[in-house]
Design a protein around this ligand. Structure first.
Ligand code: ANZ
Ligand code: ZN
Length: 864
């Protein structure tokens, strides 16, 4: 028989068209069926999709298609995180408007995604740069402003003088601007903030609701980022001054060990004290400037601790001792109170500082069974212990002491219990053009006035041109800036800052529930669809995006838009797609085509020995990218998807391999031939519906395999997302089917049992390789789409293996018998046989020299 040709191009085009025409994946709002919302983190329209995207979307697509076949009403939408810097950079580099660049990229990438056969409901597509999207965001902002959840304040920002713009921390490389290389300075600037700190406690507490459903690692990172610390604020009066210094400490138990106080150089009192002492002022300004310069290093902990004595003293609140006050470069104004009571014996930073400046060290916590002394101390002792030299508290364990000291301070009015968070308010102002305009107006008489809701959107003007430095054109665009005050009607100025793009991605998942609604969120639809049942994306978003989205959900709840505490029920973070790298000592990174089979460099006739590097994340700079387009061209979307799902479990890194993708392709060809080359026989029969016991042994075996595979694949997909083992199981069933074809075609029930196996193969494969599955389903004569067909169920009674009796011999003599599953492996039978006391008795004192196993009949131990 001629070999059936697997024409994937034709098949894939055909089914993509069919799905589109039939709106197969349209999600039905408010349907009575149980809903399932699966979402992949939406992409930035950078130009073309890469393998990381393909992996992310393939994983999401399996889940979406599987849940649909399980009878759920599935929402699986796609959109574009379309504001942001790259569009501006492209504008500068290629002289193309950011809007044009963005929309062209979207068009191209949409085509690429469609070519992958992903089951999106395209009717719900949205782009965040669309005024119909961002006008709602502007409304949320205005409502947040009214509630004090958005406010304006001055802060220090990274500023590039040559680009005239604020830089995000990620845009600062070794203290320099990532674009022009100029040294970045810190500048005080006004900007807009969201009060995420109001939600710190709830964001922390609700992490418990996510346990077991989000990766532990992500939860740990969020907990760390929120950084809750429990301790006390303690007041130290300044000697000879009216002010007092309030410190934040997590170790009130060490209060008797305080030997100096460290102020942040940014602390208002530091400057004030410096100004009092003649000659100190200048030194202080120098100190402050240096601390600001080194701030990033300081935050990373890689710096030299430095201090400046401010020629002032404070009074210890309990002992009355005179304590010197320093400015110290490692004390951050943004944390706690910006002032620290220094305990060199029990804090390593204070220890190093005390050694450097010759300050006293007082031991007040003693480890059990050991005696610390300041003279011999080589590092701070930071662990708990017993309080010593601590007045009435001496002898208490430090943990208990903490509570007692706080209670005592509270009673005397010298301090109070205090909880501090590391989390800072979210700065959302960007001096950028390609972003959502912040809808406020500055009026000389009325101050800051929000735009009226009915005037929204404040549209980003598209007639603006970026200059070469990439400065935002908005402040110079009078048609945008000049406006009238919504309150008094007098001439006023518009805010020219735009939002951080993380604002758009903080609520898009809710808008997908009602992308065409007039109002920002249609409550009925949103409460039907949300929360997202399964969210999938990269671990790089473990903190910012996921924390902001959680925060925004809570804000929208409090503004009355949502009835929801947490947006994402389950989170899956997929690993990276990595590939081997090649490096020539002369030419640097090489493409695989630039390496000879002998492993030498082919560039410019170089000939040097090429170093085969590690597997690294695919990146253009390392010449190890594989373009999805080329792979789809060559092997088809089903093959690319199948390979990505088969090569590694979702959370792990996936090693790209050319032989792996070929293997996946060969497998699909094998499946195709299995069906097509037996089509006549298969079409003439219906799937077996009789009893398992009515079948002869060989067919029983195949049918058992079919049902075992259904059980395993269902479990692997539903419970563990182990697509790789699910695919491996399907491969085994395909092998078993070919085996059966070679052996049992003469059996009476052969074709019905075979048909049952093949239908199972097609259905189980459908979420992963959907095009070929639709095609084969249709060729079998089915009228409905495989995508609309219920997921197969298995017959419990077919799962059980038949049992056979095995004779156990020792040196050829029958000693016992056991029952084992038919076809059991030798190792299993041996292990079972050796459990028999009768057999063991005859083996006693002997050594097994040889084992003879006749499957389904006997096992013989040859022993001496
Ligand atoms: C006295 C003390 C004694 C401290 C001791 C520690 C050990 P976490 O746990 O991270 O919250 N601190 C307070 N504010 C600071 C600031 N703005 N910049 C730098 N350090 C600051 O850290 C809290 C501890 O860090 C506080 O407890 C304080 O030092 C210091 F044996 O107070 B401790
Ligand atoms: Zn006004």
């Amino acid at each position: 028989m001629a070999r059936a040709k697997y024409d994937f191009q034709e098949i894939e085009n055909k089914w993509q068209k069919t799905w589109e025409e039939k709106k197969t994946f349209a999600a039905e709002d408010n349907a009575p069926k149980p809903k399932y919302y699966v979402l992949e983190m939406f992409p930035y329209p950078s130009g073309r999709i890469h393998m990381g995207h393909v992996r992310n979307y393939a994983i999401g697509d399996v889940i979406a298609r599987f849940q649909k076949m399980r009878g759920k009403n599935v929402l699986h939408p796609m959109g574009w995180d379309a504001f942001g810097l790259p569009a501006e950079n492209a504008a500068i580099k290629h002289g193309i408007h950011p809007a044009k660049w963005t929309y062209e990229n979207i068009a191209y990438m949409r085509k690429q995604l469609k070519r992958l056969g992903l089951s999106y409901d395209w009717e719900r597509e949205l782009a965040t740069c669309d005024p119909d999207y961002y006008k709602h965001e502007q409304r949320f902002f205005i409502e947040m402003l009214e509630r004090g959840l958005a406010y304006r304040k001055k802060t220090t920002v990274n500023w590039c003088e040559s680009c005239q713009t604020v830089l995000a921390n990620e845009q600062v490389e070794d203290g320099c601007c990532w674009r022009c290389g100029e040294e970045v300075v810190l500048k005080e600037m006004e900007g807009w903030f969201f009060k995420i700190t109001d939600y710190a406690e709830e964001l922390l507490a609700d992490i418990e609701k996510l346990r077991g459903k989000w990766p532990e690692k992500v939860l740990a990172m969020q907990i760390n980022w929120i950084g809750k610390s429990e301790g006390a604020e303690i007041r130290f009066p300044l000697l000879g001054e009216p002010e007092e210094i309030v410190v934040f400490t997590t170790r009130p138990d060490t209060l008797y060990g305080v030997t100096f106080i460290s102020l942040s150089p940014e602390h208002p009192l530091a400057r004030k004290l410096a100004e009092k002492a003649p000659s100190l002022k200048e030194e202080f300004e120098k100190f402050l400037a240096e601390a600001r310069r080194e701030r990033r290093k300081i935050e990373e902990g890689d710096f030299e601790k430095k201090g400046l004595f401010l020629k002032a003293y404070a009074k210890h609140p309990l002992t009355g001792e005179k304590i010197p006050v320093y400015a110290a470069n490692f004390v951050l104004m943004e944390y706690g109170t910006g002032a620290v009571m220094a305990v060199p014996a029990h804090d390593q930073r204070d220890f190093e500082f005390a050694k450097k400046y010759g300050l006293p060290i007082k031991v007040v916590i003693q480890p059990e069974g050991e005696e610390l002394s300041p003279e011999t101390l080589e590092a701070a002792y930071e662990d708990p212990g017993i309080m010593v030299n601590s007045g009435p508290f001496s002898g208490l364990p430090s943990e208990e002491g903490k509570q007692k000291v706080i209670a005592y301070l509270e009673e005397k009015g010298l301090g109070r219990r205090k909880i501090t968070y590391r989390l800072r308010d979210w700065g959302v102002s960007r001096q950028r053009y390609w972003g959502c305009p912040i809808p406020v107006i500055y009026c000389d008489s009325c101050g800051i006035v929000p735009e009226k809701i009915e005037n929204l959107p404040v549209t980003l003007p598209l007639d603006a041109e970026l200059d070469e430095q990439g400065r935002s054109p908005l402040p110079r665009l009078s048609s945008f800036v000049e406006t009238t005050c919504p309150k008094c009607g007098r001439p006023a100025r518009r805010e020219t800052d735009t939002f951080d793009t993380f604002v758009e991605s903080s609520w898009y998942f809710a808008r997908f529930a009602c992308p065409h609604a007039e109002e920002p969120l249609d409550k009925e639809k949103v409460s039907y669809w949300l929360p997202v049942d399964q969210y999938i994306g990269g671990i790089e978003h473990a903190i910012l995006h996921l924390l902001y989205a959680r925060f925004f959900t809570k804000v929208l709840r409090d503004l009355g838009y949502l009835d929801l505490d947490e947006p994402f029920e389950r989170l899956l973070t997929q690993g990276m797609v990595i590939k081997e790298t090649y490096r020539c000592p002369k030419h640097g990174w090489l493409y695989p085509e630039e390496v000879s089979p002998e492993g030498t460099c082919l560039k410019e006739g170089c000939g040097a020995k090429v170093k085969i590097g590690r597997f690294e994340k695919m990146s253009k700079s390392k010449c190890n990218v594989v373009d999805p387009n080329a792979m789809i061209e060559r092997y088809g979307a089903d093959t690319v998807r199948l390979f990505m799902l088969f090569a590694a479990p979702p959370e792990r890194d996936l090693e790209w391999s050319d032989s792996g993708i070929e293997g996946a392709h060969r497998f699909l060809q094998r499946v195709f031939r299995l069906v097509i080359e037996n089509l006549d026989n298969l079409k003439n029969t219906a799937a077996y519906e009789g009893k398992q016991d009515a079948l002869p042994p060989g067919l029983k075996e195949l049918r058992r395999k079919t049902h075992q595979t259904i059980a395993k694949v269902t479990q692997d997909i539903e419970e563990r997302y182990q697509f790789n083992t699910a695919i491996a199981a399907i491969m085994e069933l395909v092998n078993a089917s070919y085996d059966a074809l070679a052996k049992f075609t003469n059996e009476k029930e052969f074709w019905p049992v075979m048909r049952e196996a093949i239908e199972a193969i097609i259905l189980l494969l459908a979420p992963m390789a959907p095009h070929i599955a639709e095609e084969l389903w249709e060729r079998l004569g089915k009228e409905s789409l495989v995508s609309d067909t219920p997921w197969p169920t298995y017959d419990e009674s077919a799962l059980k293996a038949d049992e056979v009796t095995i004779a156990i011999q020792v040196n050829g003599k029958l000693r016992d018998q056991i029952r084992v599953p038919a076809g059991a492996e030798e190792s299993f039978v041996k292990e079972e046989a050796l459990k028999s006391p009768k057999v063991m008795r005859h083996l006693e004192g002997k050594e097994i020299k040889k084992v003879i196993y006749v499957p389904n009949k006997l096992i013989n131990f040859v022993a001496k």
